[in-house]
Design a protein around this ligand. Sequence first.
Ligand code: R5P
Length: 290
Amino acid sequence: MADLDELREGSEFGLGVVAGNQGYHVKGANNLPWGMKDRLSRIFNPKTNRTVMLAFDHGFIMGPTSGVERIDLNILPLVQYADCLMCTRGILQTVIPPDTNKPICLRSDAGTTILTELNDNVLIDIEDAIRLNVSAMAIMLAIGDPAFEAKTVANLYKAVDSGSRYGIPVMGVTAVGKQMARDARYFGLASRVCAENGANIVKTYYCEGFEKVIAACSVPIVIAGGKKLPEKEALELCYKAINDGASGVDMGRNVFQSASPAAMIQAVHGIVHGGLTPEEGFELFKELTV
Ligand code: R5P
């Protein structure tokens, strides 16, 4: 019990100074509870309102594809340059040191590999996501897939329900079926479905007319990099997405399959957070390439 005799009376009450209303920087998140906002602020840098997420969850559908054969050797050296890590719980628990202290966007559904068509994906138990102290859960949606669209929308719904209960944001990841047109109409629809069903972040692909996809989505959009491109083209893709209003990237192959992954992620960072043009980003990439 504190000693009441020594209690000093307060005198600095700032009388006459109106308490400020705190705005919140992440799109669509103003009305979320504190825990959600705290987690989103770990992902989206409050200074730039953007993020560079490093995606290396590919092994859960592709196996040890190029660049993720040895996460300890290929990915750990890049972690220092990322704002957020996107991976599976298996890799998180076996390879990522707990004192890395980077926010985690956990791949939270599974069921399909590249050896089969889309399958009946299942969700992680929310208790495991809590135990792993993740900052977001990533759930795939197969919008337009006749067999599994409803199942994956239901997965998002359930993840949003359990995430809301414990203050964990959900990222909707729009998968593209082979028969889907990769255009603003499709990505706009898929992104909007994610947001309408409660996703706090949407991950989708860049396309012509991307500004309309962004405008019609009430939460931040980050872009996937997709298949490996020459570095200059990948940096142009980042620039165009950011210029059209994307809140960052969640990039995998274009970073870890680069000839110089550490240089590439720093160049991406320069475009996302530092306002670099693609040309400046590419110069930085060349400078940092060893
Ligand atoms: C998406 O569902 C995958 O899990 C990857 O995380 C995603 O495709 C991002 O990686 P990439 O930039 O290689 O496309």
